[in-house]
Structures are given as structure tokens and as C-alpha cells.
Design a protein around this ligand. Structure first.
Ligand code: PLP
Length: 361
């Protein structure tokens, strides 16, 4: 018989963590999670359903996802000499990277940034260090970054390009500088590549410590859970030992390959989203009491300047519009909200609800 609570079996850092919380979005206009708001054209859906019949559900999937890997290499322009590792979302790749590190390794990321870097580092008991971005521009604070790299000697540095939740592309020369001084690996996280028109993929053959991570989630396939890491073959060969053998299921392999081979409709959707992004930004910038920041992603960060963001967020929610309240994270995100670009109708509904929220006290 156990004489202690069984939860005492777990590491203290696990007991101290809180689970990643996802808001229940049923019945809301859902603009909180950087999803593509569009479904698939009927004709394409029909052909896709035919393809799914080829999926042998009684068999394990191809452990190397060869067909899908070819499609990803082609559609993302991954250099032939680079290796490729697939994950169940890029979240899993973040986990694979950190699981391969020794227990005393240090991980560094600018903040505010993607919360999963810190979450995974803490869950594995690694040392994690966030370095604040510059307050006015959300650019990298290079003196601070270089000082922490020097003192901490991080095994792993994450740089989201563009950054979530600020939406900006860091100065590429700063990233180059970090690549040249980092003692370990530098992951450039290009989750928002479909909206950004900027990438470090071409740098892969020239920079051994550079890894480029991408996902199909923001492109419009968030339900599939598929991310990938491109980089030096020798590095990826080691990481591949940590990957569970069948992490990309058969339905994901077939569906993602199909979607990438018919990606015209997805590219048209992302173009519409980029057009809508300019319109929503211009509208936000014209609203008194709002400061909105330009974005190279499919979301926009904005701050409320006279009404607390918590109150504006709740008012939007009461009006049926769900966005992301970043204000509880504090620091540079005090009074900050993040809206995902939706359909033109959803964006109008959001803007109307926001104007209403700012008017009423
Ligand atoms: C959304 C996001 C991810 C996670 O992508 P998945 O492939 O869906 O796990 C990774 N990095 C950043 C910066 C993101 O915003």
C-alpha cells in the first residue's frame, strides 16, 4: 500500500506547473488560435475522401512518412542537402529537441514569445531563460541577448520568425549575429511562413547550427497536427532517435500529402487572409483607445490605451467574439490582446464588437 499521495511520485517541477489551457470556443466567432477560417472547396473534398480509402487502417503508418516528406520538401523549398524530421505538430518537435538534451542544459527564448518553449523546458526540468524584447519595437534586445548567451551558454535558442504574439519579423541581421555567436543550436520557428514572405530556409546549407521549424497548422491544416524541422543531417539523425516511430498517423500522411499537392486553394486562402490583415490593421489603427502593431503573421497584436484589456476582452466575449487576452502575462503584454484574422464577415463582427466594447463603460 502506498503511504504517500501517489502524485508525490512526480517531479516537483511537474507538480508546480499548470496545464496548457485552451478556451472552450463553442458558439463563438473563433479568432483566438491563428486558425485559417476557411474550409475546403467541395470538389477538392470529394477527391480527398477518395484518397482516404487508400489508408489501410489496420496497418501501422509509414514510420518515415516518405511520400509526405517529399511533398513537404518540394512545397517548402527545403535544400536537398538538409535533413527533415516530422512531428505531431511543431509542439512535438520542440519536445523532441529538448528531450535529447542533458538535464542541466539551458534553453533561451525572447519574451514575449511562444509559450510552449518555456512550458516544455520546465516540464523536462531544463534551465529556461527568457530575455525581454525591446518595449517600443518588439525587436531583439541584442546587448541583453548576447550577454545571456555568453553567461548561460544555451544548448538551444528559439527565435520565432515572425514572432508570436507580437507578429513582427526580428531584424534578420540580429538573427545572423546570434547564429554566429551561439554555442549551440538555434531554432528559427517559421510557424507563420505562409503569411510572412521571409525565411531562413535558404541559409540552411551555410549554417550548421541553424534549424528551421515549420508547421502546416497556420496554413490551414491545424486539425492534422503536423510540423517539421529542417537542418543538418547529422543533428537530425540524433533527434530522430528520440522521435516515437509512428508519430505521424496514416490519415495525416495521406491528407497532408494530398493538400500539398493541391495547395493552390490554400495559397489563395492565405492571400485573402493577408489582404484582410491590412484592412483589419487599418481599421484598428483608426479606433481611438487602440494601439495596433503591424504583423507578418495571420494575427494582430493590439493594446487598449485607456480601458483595461481584461474588460474589453470580456465585453467581446459577451458579444460572442473570442480573441486572446494576453494581458494576464504582464510585462510588455500589459493591456495586450491578440486577434486572429478571420473571414471578412468575422473581422467586421470583431471590429463592431470592439467599437461597442470601448464605448460602453
Ligand atoms: C502555433 C505555433 C506553433 C505550434 O504549431 P503546431 O504545429 O500546431 O504545434 C509553433 N510555433 C509558433 C511560434 C506558433 O505560433
Amino acid at each position: 500500500m502506498p503511504t504517500q499521495p501517489l502524485t508525490n511520485l512526480f517531479r516537483p517541477e511537474i507538480l508546480a506547473m499548470s496545464a496548457y489551457h485552451v478556451a472552450d470556443a463553442s458558439n463563438f466567432i473563433k479568432l483566438d488560435a491563428m486558425e485559417n477560417p476557411y474550409g475546403w472547396p467541395e470538389a477538392i473534398q470529394q477527391v480527398w475522401l477518395e484518397h482516404l480509402k487508400d489508408c489501410p487502417m489496420n496497418r501501422y503508418p509509414d514510420p518515415e512518412a516518405k511520400v509526405l516528406s517529399m511533398a513537404l520538401r518540394q512545397s517548402n523549398g527545403i535544400p536537398e542537402t538538409s535533413g527533415l524530421l516530422l512531428g505531431n505538430g511543431s509542439d512535438e518537435i520542440i519536445q523532441i529537441l529538448m528531450m535529447a538534451l542533458p538535464n542541466d542544459a539551458a534553453v533561451l527564448a525572447p519574451e514575449p514569445g511562444f509559450v510552449m518553449y518555456k512550458q516544455v523546458a520546465l516540464s523536462l526540468g531544463l534551465r529556461y531563460q527568457g530575455v525581454p524584447l525591446l518595449a517600443d519595437s518588439f525587436e531583439l534586445d541584442m546587448p541583453a541577448m548576447l550577454a545571456v548567451i555568453e553567461s548561460l551558454q544555451p544548448s538551444l535558442i528559439f527565435l520565432a520568425y515572425p514572432n508570436n504574439p507580437t507578429g513582427n519579423l526580428f531584424n534578420p541581421e540580429d538573427i545572423q549575429k546570434i547564429l554566429s555567436v551561439a554555442p549551440g543550436l538555434v531554432v528559427v520557428d517559421e510557424a507563420y511562413a505562409p503569411f510572412a514572405n521571409a525565411s531562413f530556409i535558404d541559409q540552411l546549407p551555410h549554417q550548421q547550427n541553424l534549424l528551421v521549424m515549420r508547421t502546416v497548422s497556420k496554413l490551414g491544416l491545424a486539425g492534422l497536427r503536423l510540423g517539421f524541422l529542417a537542418g543538418d543531417q547529422v543533428i537530425l539523425e540524433q533527434l530522430n532517435k528520440v522521435r516515437l516511430p509512428y508519430n505521424i498517423n496514416c490519415l495525416t500522411q495521406i491528407t497532408a500529402s494530398f493538400a500539398l499537392n493541391h495547395q493552390g486553394f490554400l495559397l489563395a486562402q492565405t492571400q485573402t487572409i493577408c489582404q484582410q490583415r491590412s484592412e483589419v490593421l487599418a481599421a484598428l489603427q483608426s479606433i481611438e483607445g487602440i494601439e495596433a502593431y503591424p504583423s507578418a503573421a495571420n494575427f494582430i497584436l493590439f493594446k487598449t490605451t485607456y480601458k483595461p484589456a481584461d474588460i474589453v476582452f470580456m465585453s467581446l466575449k459577451n458579444q460572442g467574439v473570442l480573441i486572446k487576452n494576453l494581458s494576464p502575462q504582464g510585462g510588455l503584454l500589459q493591456n495586450a490582446l491578440r486577434v486572429t484574422i478571420g473571414t471578412p464577415e468575422e473581422n467586421q463582427a470583431f471590429l463592431t464588437a470592439l467599437r461597442h466594447a470601448l464605448k460602453n463603460s
